[in-house]
Design a protein around this ligand. Structure first.
Ligand code: ADP
Length: 296
C-alpha cells in the first residue's frame, strides 16, 4: 500500500516538475474512477453478503420455530398416546374381571358390549396415528381418482355408524369426475370429514342430512362436506384443527381426526376452511391443487 502511495506521489511530483498538469489531472481522474468502481464493488458485494446472512438467519429462525412446535407436539403426543391407549386397556381389564366373577348373562353381555366399544376406540386411535405418520413419511403419489366412486367407497365403509338409518346423504357433482391427486390421502380426508358429519349429527332434529359437493375448476379440486348437525362454537372454530382437541362431550374420538385432515391438506398444498353455526350445522370446505404441486 505504502509502495503504491509513494510511487503515485513520485509520479505526481515528476509531472508537476515537468509541467504536465493536464496529464496529472487525467491520471488523477482515472485513478479516482478506478477507486470509486472498487469501492462500489466492495459495497455491492458486502450488501449481497449481508442479505444472504439475513436470509440464512430468517430461515434458521423459522426452522427453530418449527422445531419448537414439533417438540411441543411430541411432548403432548407422548402424554396423550400413553393416556389414550392405557385408558381403554385399563377399562377392558376391569370389565374382564367383572365378567369373570359375574354369573349374570346380562352383566356379561354388558361387559362384552363395553369391551367391544373400547377396542373400537383403540382401533380408531391407532388408525389416526398411522394416518398421521404415513402422511409425514410417505411421498405424495399422484394418480387419476374417480371422485364419486371414492365417496361411495368411503360411505360404504362408514355405513355401520348410521344405526338408525336416519341420515340422508346427497351428492352434488359430476358422475364421472376424474382428478389427479393422491388417492390414499384423499380417502383419509373424506373418511374423517364424513365420519364427523355422522358423529356430530343433531338427534333432536327430525332428519340428519349430509351434503357432499365436489367440482374441478382451473386446476383446483374443490369439495365440501356439509351437515345439519350440532355445529361448532365460534371460539372453537380454529381450535378443532389442533392435535387432540375435542370440542364437545359428544366426542368419543381421539381429537386427532381434523388435525390429520389439516396436515394432509397442507401436504397437498391445499386449504381447509370451516363454516359453522351452533345448533344449525357445519360445512368443511377443501381446495386442493389437482396435480398436488401448484399452490391454491
Ligand atoms: P374427534 O371427533 O375425535 O373429537 P376431530 O379432530 O375429528 O376429533 O374433531 C375435533 C372436534 O371438532 C370434535 O370434538 C368436535 O367438537 C368438532 N367437530 C368436528 N367435526 C364436526 C362436525 N361435523 N360438526 C360439529 N362439530 C364437529
Amino acid at each position: 500500500m505504502m509502495f503504491f502511495f509513494l510511487v503515485g506521489y513520485g509520479i505526481s511530483i515528476a509531472l508537476v516538475v515537468l509541467n504536465k498538469i493536464e496529464v496529472l489531472l487525467a491520471v488523477t481522474g482515472i485513478v479516482f474512477f478506478i477507486g470509486a468502481l472498487f469501492v462500489l464493488l466492495v459495497v455491492v458485494t458486502a450488501k449481497s453478503d449481508i442479505e444472504r446472512i439475513k436470509d440464512a438467519g430468517d430461515i434458521l429462525e423459522s426452522k427453530n420455530k418449527e422445531l419448537e412446535k414439533i417438540n411441543t407436539e411430541l411432548d403432548l403426543f407422548a402424554y396423550r398416546v400413553s393416556h389414550d391407549l392405557r385408558g381403554p386397556i385399563a377399562s377392558i381389564r376391569g370389565l374382564i374381571e367383572i365378567a369373570r366373577s359375574s354369573k349374570s348373562k346380562e352383566e356379561n353381555d354388558f361387559c362384552l358390549e363395553k369391551i367391544s366399544s373400547s377396542t373400537v376406540k383403540l382401533d380408531g386411535f391407532i388408525q389416526d396415528i398411522l394416518d398421521l405418520s404415513r402422511n409425514s413419511r410417505t411421498e405424495i403419489m399422484i394418480e387419476p381418482v374417480d371422485v364419486r366412486s371414492m365417496v361411495m367407497e368411503v360411505m360404504d365403509s362408514l355405513r355401520y355408524m348410521d344405526h338408525d338409518q336416519r341420515i340422508n346423504v346427497s351428492l352434488n357433482g359430476m358422475d364421472s369426475l376424474i382428478v389427479q391427486t393422491d388417492p390414499l390421502r384423499l380417502k383419509i380426508i373424506l373418511t374423517n370429514l364424513i365420519a364427523n358429519a355422522y358423529k356430530y349429527q343433531d338427534c333432536e332434529k327430525t332428519a340428519s342430512t349430509i351434503e357432499i359437493s365436489y367440482s374441478k375448476d382451473k386446476g383446483v379440486f374443490n369439495f365440501s362436506i356439509k351437515d345439519n348437525g350440532i355445529g361448532v362454537k365460534d371460539e372453537y372454530k380454529e381450535k378443532i384443527f389442533e392435535m387432540f382437541f375435542r370440542g364437545t362431550d359428544k366426542s368419543i374420538g381421539t381429537g386427532l381426526g381434523l388435525y390429520v385432515v389439516k396436515e394432509i391438506v397442507e401436504k397437498l398444498k391445499g386449504k381447509i376452511e370451516v363454516k359453522s353455526e351452533l345448533h344449525e350445522g357445519s360445512e368443511f370446505i377443501i381446495n386442493v391443487p389437482i396435480n398436488g404441486k401448484a399452490s391454491v
